[in-house]
Design a protein around this ligand. Structure first.
Ligand SMILES: NC(=O)c1ccc[n+]([C@@H]2O[C@H](COP(=O)([O-])OP(=O)(O)OC[C@H]3O[C@@H](n4cnc5c(N)ncnc54)[C@H](O)[C@@H]3O)[C@@H](O)[C@H]2O)c1
Length: 389
């Protein structure tokens, strides 16, 4: 684990970079924050002062601590400022060429032992690392938005990442008060892979005319205990972002049918109905607009929940079967990264593996579509009467 005397570098002072820098400085590190856009650096500085001011007002920080956190920051305008850093986390624009260029340049500035991490949501860590002379020092450290509030951080080794470095990075982020999970370098890592069915299957249910948005949201919240329904959540995240993640995951999985995007969301994206931020998405947020009433039929709610949940569990089981992450890390990722009411593998045990499998097999035999094929692990477990826990 890095001690607080180690300097942390953050590249990119946007939504994620500014938040990650705040986390590191709050943990006691000196932080170098860099952005090519000077206005963005100024904004990060002003926003940090405002955030710490609010925390002080609420009594969560003393004025002295807030002052100390701010004094740990160096706002840099050249990459050379990263020379003293022990760990650098990159959170710039999601473009492989730009990231590779920055990683390549950084290597000639930093010490031999400096760890360089990417906060990328969708690019391969191995591919980013391939731009470096020493790819062993490169890894993924994936925070969730907003970084100071979301507890989960996914830690991702690339093909060449050194084991010792990986453990040091993980222990460091744990020491910052975050919950880390280890995951393989595969598209969407854990959360953005496993959560896809929450959106995809819900949209499918809507497209088939089984229920409208409000009813599906109602079903998942009341029967399932999810904090937000899929449609209100997509409107909250932004249909631009959510659609792009879906499309990227699908493409990177070599067009796996389980991840196939929908025309419903693609058209919303094309119409710039991004959700809350544009005033319209699945729902209308304009002043005076009335939210549609759900159908509160309990049997329908249960049917919707069973279908979406079976798809989510199938995805989690598949990720477990393929060694993408451990059982505990898979469940932790979904409860801490996207606030699911329970870990999906634990939930599978509660429902009964045979029941989950029966839902999937019914869908598979009725539709004949590959997206509904059950994970072989669920089949074996049901046959042997096994549980995940
Ligand atoms: N926003 C999210 O919810 C979220 C969550 C997890 C991970 N991520 C990932 O984090 C990264 C950043 O996302 P964001 O939402 O903070 O983006 P953002 O657009 O808010 O910020 C990106 C910042 O990087 C700066 N920048 C661009 N090119 C640069 C360069 N070459 N050198 C230095 N600075 C440069 C930009 O000026 C901007 O300030 C992306 O890789 C994204 O996939 C985003």
């Amino acid at each position: 684990m890095l001690s607080t005397s180690s300097v942390i570098g953050v590249i990119g002072a946007g939504a994620m970079g500014a938040g990650i820098a705040q986390v590191a400085a709050t943990a006691g590190h000196a932080v170098v924050l860099f952005d090519t856009n000077a206005a963005q650096l100024d904004k990060a500085k002003t926003d940090l002062a405002a955030t710490l001011g609010k925390l002080t007002e609420k009594g969560k920080l003393t004025a002295e601590t807030a002052q100390q956190i701010q004094s740990r920051f160096t706002y840099a305008t050249t990459l050379e400022a990263f020379a003293p850093c022990a760990l650098i986390i990159e959170a710039i624009v999601e473009r492989l060429d730009v990231k590779q260029d920055v990683f390549g340049k950084l290597e000639s500035i930093v010490s031999e032992s400096c760890m360089i991490a990417s906060n990328t949501s969708s690019l391969s860590i191995t591919l980013i690392a391939s731009a470096c002379k020493n790819p062993e020092r490169v890894l993924g450290i994936h925070f969730f938005n907003p970084a100071p509030l979301m507890p989960l951080v996914e830690i991702i080794p690339g093909v060449a990442t050194s084991e010792a470095l990986l453990l040091t990075a993980k222990a460091t982020i744990d020491n910052w008060g975050k919950t880390t999970v280890l995951t393989k370098d595969t598209p969407g890592f854990i959360v953005n892979r496993v959560a896809r069915s929450y959106y995809g299957e819900s949209i499918r249910i809507y497209e088939e005319g089984m229920a409208d948005f409000a009813t599906i949201d109602y079903a998942l919240k009341t029967a399932g205990g999810f904090r937000m329904g899929p449609f209100e959540l997509m409107d909250f995240i932004g249909n631009d972002i959510n659609y792009k993640v879906t499309e990227t995951v699908w493409e990177q999985f070599f067009y796996e049918p389980r991840f196939k995007p929908s025309f419903t969301q693609k058209r919303l994206y094309e119409a710039k109905r991004f959700g809350r931020k544009t005033g319209r998405g699945y729902y209308d947020y304009s002043p005076g607009a009335v939210m549609p009433e759900p159908n509160k039929d309990e049997a329908l709610a249960q049917q919707i929940l069973n279908r979406v949940l079976a798809m989510l569990i199938n995805e989690a089981a598949d990720a477990f079967y393929l060694g993408i992450a451990s059982r505990d890390d898979l469940d932790t990722a979904m409860t801490k990264g996207v606030n699911y009411p329970k870990g999906l593998l634990k939930w599978a045990d509660e429902i009964g593996i045979a029941n989950v499998l029966a839902t999937l097999e019914n869908l598979y035999s009725e539709y004949g579509e590959d997206r509904y094929r059950p994970c072989v692990l669920l089949k074996r477990m049901a046959k042997e009467n096994n549980t995940f826990y």
